[in-house]
Design a protein. Structure first.
Ligand code: HEM
Length: 359
């Protein structure tokens, strides 16, 4: 396990020594096939290249209206209930649906499927926690995850066939199906890549929203500062993500006979746990890293990974987060937690179980 910020960045940059590709079976189990995340070669760049332009910050400006529309439809009814005096769990009643609806629209998928998408994605996300639990309950969690991957694979296979038969528009599935590189991808890789996109752009962003609400409610003075100065929103989101990192650990496999970290030899074939959650609290990089401080001078953190596999959707996640938080603070400048927050999800994708909000 490595925990320092610099060691984490070095390991994530050196893909020849610390490989994702050698963990392919992990990704195949999760998504039903090889995706960009399971490749360390030129093939990774080619596969990532199919969608990378779409996810660039400037290109995403054209998606702003779509995100605003989705956010408004979820935030406003939630705020109405809270202002009327109800205590409302923000996860099922606001944050959970936002990223699912956004990615479903971008993939050109029937929006009425969004609850099913969330359910599949949640089941897939629980698998990692279940992997370390040998009890019948743990095994059932893993089985549910596998069934969800198979179901989502089946749905994607059909959508891909439809796009081939009917041309298709400017959605992300069509973009991959009609890309030149698709000829060099197997059917299973195309299906798995689209499945991964649903998963990656889904529970992650919803959990960061829930974490943000909980963190601000626990720091009312910083919430007030943010309400008064919205220019602080991007910084606040990054600081909360640093402080309460969602993806705590990234696995890599050593594929070299002379791998070393801080002079310590690591055997060939060993699995390395890159603890980016720990790297994000490295006192050599951040003063008092255990404190949440939205006024910190921004420095890159590891919450979206680092190096070749750095998150493809980070600009989209940031856009969704910023639009959501701005609208929420406009309508609900003061709120508190009606119950203490319990974090779940293990090291794979950590987040609050419930966020009970009241005024
Ligand atoms: C707050 C939200 C998000 C978090 C915390 C997050 C986190 C991460 C992390 C840590 C990685 C690196 C994985 C590794 O090194 O093995 C990653 C990769 C990836 N993410 Fe995200 N992600 C988020 C949102 C999204 C969204 C919205 C999308 C797309 C719609 C997305 C798509 C991907 C993809 C495709 C990869 C693989 C990139 C590659 O291997 O080149 N993510 N993400």
């Amino acid at each position: 396990m490595i925990t320092g910020y610099r060691d984490c960045t070095r390991a994530l940059t050196d893909v020849e020594t610390f490989s994702s590709e050698d963990l392919q079976e992990l990704f195949i189990r999760a998504f039903g096939g090889v995706t960009m995340e399971a490749l360390d070669t030129t093939r990774h760049h080619q596969m990532r290249g199919v969608w990378s332009r779409f996810f660039q910050r400037d290109a995403l400006r054209s998606q702003r209206e779509l995100v605003e529309e989705v956010v408004a439809a979820q935030v406003d009814p939630f705020v109405e209930r809270v202002r009327a005096g109800e205590t409302v769990d923000a996860i099922p009643n606001m944050t959970r649906a936002i990223p699912t609806l956004v990615i479903a629209r971008m993939l050109g998928i029937d929006e009425t499927m969004h609850r099913q998408f969330s359910a599949w994605s949640d089941a897939m996300g629980s698998t990692q926690a279940g992997t370390y639990d040998p009890s019948p309950e743990g095994m059932a969690v893993v089985q549910r995850g596998r069934d969800a991957t198979a179901a989502l694979n089946g749905y994607m296979a059909q959508s891909i066939k439809d796009r081939r038969a009917h041309g298709g528009g400017d959605d992300l599935i069509s973009m991959m199906v009609h890309d030149e590189f698709a000829d060099q991808m197997s059917e299973q890789e195309i299906i798995a890549s689209n499945t991964q996109l649903v998963f990656a752009g889904n529970e992650t962003t919803a959990k960061l929203m829930a974490t943000t609400l909980a963190s601000l409610a626990q720091h009312p003075e910083q919430l007030r500062m943010l309400v008064a100065d919205r220019a602080l929103i991007p910084r606040a989101i990054e600081e909360i993500h640093r402080w309460q990192t969602l993806v705590q650990v990234l696995p890599r496999r050593v594929k070299s006979n002379d791998a070393r970290i801080e002079g310590i030899p690591i055997p060939n074939g060993a699995e390395l746990k890159v603890l980016i959650g720990a790297g994000n609290r490295d006192p050599l990089r951040w003063e008092h890293p255990e404190r949440l401080d939205i006024t910190r001078v921004p420095r890159q953190h590891l919450g979206f990974g680092f190096g070749m596999h750095v998150c493809l959707g980070l600009n989209l996640a940031r856009l969704e987060m910023q639009i959501w938080l701005d609208r929420l603070l406009d309508r609900l400048p003061e709120f508190h937690l009606a119950e203490e927050v319990k974090y779940t999800g293990g090291l794979g994708l950590r987040g609050p179980e419930e966020v009970q909000i009241a005024v």
